[in-house]
Design a protein around this ligand. Structure first.
Ligand code: 4AD
Ligand code: MG
Length: 427
């Protein structure tokens, strides 16, 4: 049985668990062995005069991270780390571990080199559980909304964000790239399925070593038929609210282990504050920055804009000039794109990029010319505007950025088991 199940048994009940040695101490005739499995940890007391000779020998040999089986009786014990203890009557090792290379107080660099071992730590185990739950909740949300999950290709001929910062490679003699967004493929799926989403990796060859950039990240992207940008923003707000509300309601214990008060997620409910790009610049200029029209909003700006916020905010009405080629200009005010970014509170930065898409062929061709994008590589994307084109909107959300914010992690690398960063390709 799992440790979590053993703890639910009544006092004196026989239990048998398998797992790994988490900690070990003791001397003379008694050993206290804290065992770990996927569900948690529990202390076992192995006493020389209570077990057979082979069990005692195995328990003595068992090093940290040795894999073991043990049986005994469960009892509540206030002195044990989790309040429970197993009084062992049998103990055996499956594998005696070599000296484990990770001990307390290791450098971040060593923990990254030993990532394949570090993911066994209690903290990583708990973060990985939250990650799995977040993916599940996202899928539940879209199922409820009637969206279809789709699987776009990850190997592509051209970029969906214009093509900068892409990983290129040889594809049977032809130049190919790892996808930087699945958006254009989602748009192609709209006339078939109408409302779609995907949860697959995107790749960015950005040469930035920051606490919020990964070279490979899991991108939740959605595309919805006949949605205006307003409706698109409402969808994002509903999704983030759903995620936070459900985590606060159903995952209190797990959050607490990670030092997250469920209240910080419980307050995240729509409506979210909406400010225009222009208001954002004014605010920044009143708070010590020197921003000019058409400047991008950078990491420090994001911090200033959101440090006092408890909920994400939208920044909308961006000048079309500094946004992507596929974004539809506001027909009433063509200098601006019908788009928005969602910024996480407390300076965690941009978590969502969104827009209404251009659906008129001429308009798209003109934008591509302006952005010096070769239409040859986008023949199929242009076709979408030739055959039954419709208004539609969509967005992309970096799941690791969202997890980083919700768990208040220092660095995005801990939101994913095997981070790929500029200076990190192994393990
Ligand atoms: O803002 P981005 O570049 O937008 C797009 O790719 C659109 N095509 C999405 C769409 O409309 N379907 O990226 C979207 C989100 C960002 O807001 C951020 O959360 C995340 O992807 N992101 C990254 N996350 C981790 N590491 C990186 N290097 C990231 N780059 C973007
Ligand atoms: Mg963006």
């Amino acid at each position: 049985m799992h440790i979590s199940e053993a703890e639910k048994e009544s006092e004196g009940k026989a239990v048998e668990i398998r797992g790994w040695v988490h900690r070990k101490r003791g001397s003379g005739g008694i050993l206290f062995i804290v065992v770990r499995d996927s569900t948690g940890i529990i202390q076992a007391a192995v006493k020389k005069d209570k077990v057979d000779a082979k069990s005692w020998e195995d328990a003595q040999k068992a090093t940290i991270e040795s894999s073991i089986t043990l049986s005994g009786t469960i009892k509540a014990d206030k002195r044990a780390p989790t309040g429970f203890e197993i009084d062992a009557n049998k103990f055996s090792t499956m594998h005696v571990s070599e000296p484990f290379p990770i001990t307390e107080y290791q450098s971040a660099e060593l923990l990254l080199d030993k990532r394949h071992l570090w993911i066994r730590s209690q903290r990583m185990n708990q973060i990985l559980k939250v990650r799995s739950i977040v993916f599940r909740y996202l899928r539940d949300f879209y199922e409820q909304k009637g969206f279809w999950e789709v699987t776009p290709p990850l190997i592509t001929k051209a970029g969906g964000e214009g093509g900068a910062d892409m990983f290129g490679f040889d594809y049977f003699g032809e130049k190919a790239y790892l996808t930087q967004t699945s958006q254009l493929y989602l748009e192609a799926l709209v006339p078939s399925l109408e409302n779609v989403y995907s949860l697959v990796p995107s790749f960015r060859a950005e040469k930035s070593r920051t606490i919020k950039h990964l070279a490979e990240y899991w991108h939740l992207e959605a595309e919805a038929a006949f949605y205006s940008n307003e409706e698109n923003m409402k969808l994002q707000e509903d999704m983030i609210s759903y995620l936070c509300q459900r985590l606060a309601k159903e995952q209190e214990a797990l959050l607490e282990k990670l030092g997250v008060d469920k209240k910080t997620l419980g307050v995240v409910k729509g409506p979210f504050k909406k400010i225009t790009y222009s208001d954002a610049l004014d605010y920044l200029n009143k708070h010590g920055e020197k921003k000019e029209w058409l400047d991008d909003i950078g990491t420090e700006d994001e911090r200033i804009l959101t440090e006092k916020e408890d909920k994400p905010i939208f920044i909308y009405k961006w000048p079309a000039k500094i946004k992507a080629f596929y974004m539809r200009a506001d027909p009433d005010d063509p200098e601006f794109a019908l788009c928005s970014d969602m910024e996480a509170p407390h300076g965690h930065g941009e978590i969502i990029g969104a827009s209404e898409r251009i659906w008129n062929l001429k308009e798209l061709e003109e934008r591509m010319k302006l952005f010096k994008i070769d239409p040859k590589n986008y023949y199929w994307y242009l076709d979408l505007k030739r055959y039954g084109s419709i208004p539609h909107s969509g967005f992309g959300m970096g799941t690791e950025r969202v997890i980083k914010w919700m768990l208040n992690l220092e660095h995005i690398r801990d939101a994913i088991p095997f981070p790929r960063m500029m200076n990190r390709l192994e393990p």
